[in-house]
Design a protein around this ligand. Structure first.
Ligand code: NAP
Length: 287
């Protein structure tokens, strides 16, 4: 049996692992959210001492991009110090580690797909705090990888798809930006593919520590909203606006279309196209 600890388990991605756990009788999952606070090293140490953990899947994070501009210390504490703690305990207890980061570590100034070799240059504090966390993994001696994902959605937590569905339900006008391009990710696909990576038995960091991951293809936010409406088979207007329309505290990159060749080739993953995955997600909601 493999013992896997999933941190941040009440979040979008963490919750998807809970659903999959039922299909994986060969794995003992330990699900922990804030009751196992990644910012409290001695609490973590005590937990690892008592439990024989083989793998850590670290989904715990501070993910409120706008509030991170205001609560910088809080974002740093979770995304930087929390990650440092997880890395140090992975080394101490010889655990393998899968950690998630974001496309917001890139500045998105080029219109060509971003590979893992592209330089990082986060434009907002969330991106800075996530990048600072990544550095501990890059330097770590434990078998570990960073999966940079983007535009995550699921039936859990707060995300773009749920926001659009709620606006439709309340008959509110929908304004969405059309000048930010990126790659949506169904959290369920990411959770499944993470477990495929573990199941493959391939050494996680054989090809370096960083992998991009999202569903395949790309879009912008307004087209994403339009696709939701199209797949729901309803009529609803989407008002396209530029980023200047919303006075949000955080600056967001314009083009974070990531190249997924590395993760696909290394772990032999067949990643779904974003439209196909969105369609399935919406079909399942109707059931
Ligand atoms: N959401 C996206 O669009 C997106 C995009 C790119 C990358 N990512 C990355 O993907 C990963 C998963 O994201 P997600 O959307 O699943 O995040 P999420 O829904 O915000 O889940 C994160 C979970 O971690 C918990 N948490 C916060 N601080 C903690 C702490 N100190 N100790 C333990 N747990 C703590 C959160 O609790 P509270 O909710 O109570 O704070 C929440 O349950 C993160 O690394 C994120 O940075 C996300």
């Amino acid at each position: 049996m493999t013992n896997i600890l999933v941190t941040g388990s009440k979040g979008q991605l963490g919750s998807e692992f809970k659903n999959i756990a039922l299909l994986k009788p060969n794995i003992n999952f330990y699900f922990k959210d804030k009751e196992l606070d990644i910012t409290k090293k001695s609490q973590l140490d005590n937990y690892f001492f008592k439990n024989d953990i083989d793998f850590i899947i670290n989904t715990a994070a501070y993910t409120d991009v706008n509030n991170a501009e205001i609560e910088k210390e809080k974002a740093d504490l979770v995304n930087e110090i929390g990650t440092k703690n997880i890395v140090e305990l992975s080394e101490k207890y010889n655990c393998k580690l899968i950690h998630y980061s974001t496309d917001y570590v890139y500045d998105g100034k080029n219109k060509i797909p971003i590979t893992e070799n592209n330089p990082v240059n986060p434009l907002n504090h969330y991106g800075i705090s996530k990048r600072n966390g990544e550095i501990f993994i890059e330097k770590s001696s434990c078998e570990s990888v960073i999966i940079r994902t983007s535009w995550l959605y699921s039936t859990y937590g707060n995300n773009f798809v749920k926001t659009i569905l709620e606006k439709i339900y309340r008959r509110e006008k929908i304004f969405v930006v059309n000048d930010q391009f990126g790659c949506p990710t169904n959290a369920k696909d990411l959770a499944f593919d993470t477990l495929k990576i573990i199941d493959s038995g391939i050494k996680l960091d054989n090809h370096g520590k960083i992998y991009n991951y999202s569903n395949l293809g790309y879009t912008n936010w307004s087209n994403f909203a339009k696709k939701i409406i199209e797949f729901l088979n309803i009529e609803y207007e989407v008002h396209e606006v530029s980023s200047r329309f919303f006075k949000s505290p955080a600056v967001r990159p314009q083009y974070t279309i990531t190249d997924k060749s590395k993760i696909k080739n290394t772990f032999n993953l067949k990643i779904l196209n974003w439209e196909e995955s969105l369609k399935t997600y919406l079909c399942n909601l109707k059931k």
